[in-house]
Write a protein that binds this ligand. Structure first.
Ligand SMILES: [Zn+2]
Length: 196
């Protein structure tokens, strides 16, 4: 026998749903399991059975769980699905990776809270925004090391690492070589290749 998990809805939320209370509209959304649709508390649609109701903190979570927005109360009016949103965040990071990016600034840019942005990004991409940023910076650093004669400190600064020793440590951790060793290794291989 399958065990039915019972979810309890806070009484205050259930009351808001029953009374279509718009005062709760920014506080939560509710989905109806049997229809797969989610609504704002103020929605005038038919009152669902309480046991089929699921509460969501925001529209993203409802969308992520496969609920569709109600056509009547349009609960996702201002929000994109998490995947699309994460894509936009990545595209932004691809451009601004060299800036002094913090989770707070990113959240500001994307009109969200650091917590929500991080969580949503992680859910749809499997990594944090800052880990994506770090990878982007390292990729750019590799490119610079391969194609320019700029110093390691110069490159570190140019790709957004304010601290050169940190950049070197991180680079070594990811590639088993320091940036200088990496560059020498490549040049060495190339010299060998041309002499062959
Ligand atoms: Zn609705």
């Amino acid at each position: 026998m399958k065990t039915q998990k019972t979810f309890s809805i806070p009484a205050i939320y259930w009351k808001a749903i029953m009374e279509n209370d718009p005062a709760f509209d920014d506080q939560f959304f509710y989905g109806v399991q049997t229809t797969g649709i989610f609504c704002r508390p103020s929605c005038k649609s038919r009152l669902p059975n309480k046991e089929n109701v699921r509460i969501f903190k925001n529209a993203f979570i409802a969308l992520e769980q496969g609920y569709r927005p109600c056509k009547r109360c349009k609960p996702d009016g201002l929000k994109l699905p998490a995947e699309e949103w994460s894509q936009q965040i990545m595209e932004w990071l691809d451009i601004y990776f060299a800036e002094d990016v913090t989770l707070e600034k990113l959240a500001d840019t994307f009109h969200s809270s650091p917590y929500h942005l991080q969580r949503s990004f992680k859910r749809s991409t499997g990594r944090s925004p800052l880990s994506y940023l770090q990878q982007k910076r390292l990729e750019k650093a590799v490119q610079e090391l391969l194609t320019t004669n700029r110093s390691v400190a110069d490159i570190a600064g140019a790709v957004g690492f304010l601290n050169t020793p940190y950049f070197i440590t991180l680079f070594k951790k990811k590639t088993d070589q320091t940036p200088a060793q990496f560059r020498r290794g490549v040049n060495h291989n190339e010299a060998k290749r041309t002499s062959d």
